[in-house]
Design a protein around this ligand. Structure first.
Ligand code: ATP
Ligand code: MG
Length: 352
């Protein structure tokens, strides 16, 4: 029996609705499989916890989390109660940074039964590997001369190690998929960092001769997300470019409520963290209509990360059957509840 210890943080708002739904699905997957077991421990760290304790998690929160195989997170944030920068930096960003989750991955796929805003959404299925720790999002820079002579300087940091590990991750991922990697660059406009990015990409690809590769400037690449997303398999991008592409990826799928994500630790010292793209959605919290697909798909990514790809594949197939048959929450045009969708996914998994 393979055992996985999972720290569960439902968080705020609809996180508290979609996480239990996704855990039911995970439990069903374990029951059906017979050879794996999930042991989860739930932590009530959220904005309510902050109001009571003055912090988002206990001082030894990271130590507590460190021993787990994975962290399964719902959503953090309740701007009515706690400013977003306090709640996000007090938990989410702290975990990402301290646990060296240097890669962020987000798939975008055309799902049966879900209307994409694209004119030609047929069968796209891509995944963005975003460098999650450096690049354009640095704290280096500054401002001088207030007033009309004011100048702002913002430095981007690209290290060979940081860029190379993101690229290797992308190539390894492509081996398990359709064998194609696209690099998001802008070396025709960004003078130092992007030619460096290209160089590292060209070096790394020599180790993966079986994988096809291409490099696109980010502006053209973003346009192709809209006009021809079918041409992409794995895309590797810097922190800023990846941030923009992944939101665009969510948008072309048709609803933020179905988009999954993972923050990956590569050195094995700390757990990785799995959280859907959407936030706590205070506007629909308590109504029982939050779409659980993003959270369930995120659980699938956790299974992939644990090496249980076959199970993950089945989960995604079942999700797609359920949406194709119209058992959908209101955000994607249906009238089912969070529970009804999750129950239907469980029922079909049991019937496999
Ligand atoms: P945060 O600040 O917590 O990241 P946000 O306010 O930027 O969140 P979301 O909370 O993701 O963004 O909500 C954006 C919109 O999408 C809201 O109208 C919300 O109701 C809707 N939404 C988000 N997630 C879901 C979901 N799982 N199911 C249905 N609708 C959702
Ligand atoms: Mg918000």
């Amino acid at each position: 029996m393979k055992k996985f210890e999972i720290a569960v943080i439902p968080g705020d708002g609809i996180g508290k609705e979609v996480v239990p739904a996704a855990l039911d699905v995970l439990q069903t997957v374990a029951d059906v499989h017979g050879g794996i077991q999930f042991d989860w421990t739930e932590f009530p760290w959220n904005c309510d916890y902050y109001l009571e304790h003055g912090k988002m998690m206990p001082d030894n929160g990271l130590e507590i989390l460190q021993g787990f195989d994975g962290i399964f997170l719902g959503a953090i944030g309740n701007p009515q109660l706690v400013p977003d920068h306090v709640s996000l930096w007090g938990l989410l960003i702290k975990i990402r940074r301290e646990f060296e989750q240097v890669i962020n991955i987000r798939p975008a796929k055309c799902m049966k039964g879900i209307r994409s805003p694209l004119v030609n959404p047929n069968d796209f299925d891509l995944i963005v590997v975003r460098e999650n720790s450096e690049g354009e999002y640095s704290e280096i820079g500054g401002r001088i001369h207030r007033g009309e002579d004011e100048i702002a300087v913002q430095n981007a940091i690209f290290t060979r190690k940081g860029v190379e590990r993101a690229m290797r991750y992308a190539f390894e991922l492509a081996k398990k998929r359709r064998g194609h990697v696209t690099s998001a660059t802008k070396s025709n406009g960004i003078f130092h960092s992007m030619p460096f990015w290209d160089e590292v990409f060209n070096d790394v690809k020599k180790d993966y001769r079986e994988i096809e590769s291409a490099a696109f400037h980010i502006d053209a690449l973003a346009a192709f997300f809209v006009t021809r997303p079918q041409i992409f398999d794995v895309i590797v991008a810097s922190n800023l470019f990846g941030d923009i592409l992944t939101d665009l990826g969510g948008a072309i799928m048709g609803s933020i409520g179905i988009a999954p994500a993972a923050n990956i630790n590569l050195n094995g010292k700390y757990p990785s963290m799995f959280e859907p793209v959407h936030g706590s959605a205070p506007d629909i919290y308590g109504k029982g209509i939050a779409n659980p697909i993003g959270q369930i798909w995120t659980a699938k990514m956790m299974l992939d990360h644990f090496g249980e790809d076959e199970l993950g594949k089945k989960m995604l197939e079942v999700l797609e059957e359920v949406t194709a048959d119209g058992i959908k929450t209101p955000d994607i045009g249906g009238n089912a509840s969070t529970r009804e969708v999750a129950n239907e996914v469980c029922r079909r998994l049991k019937a496999l």
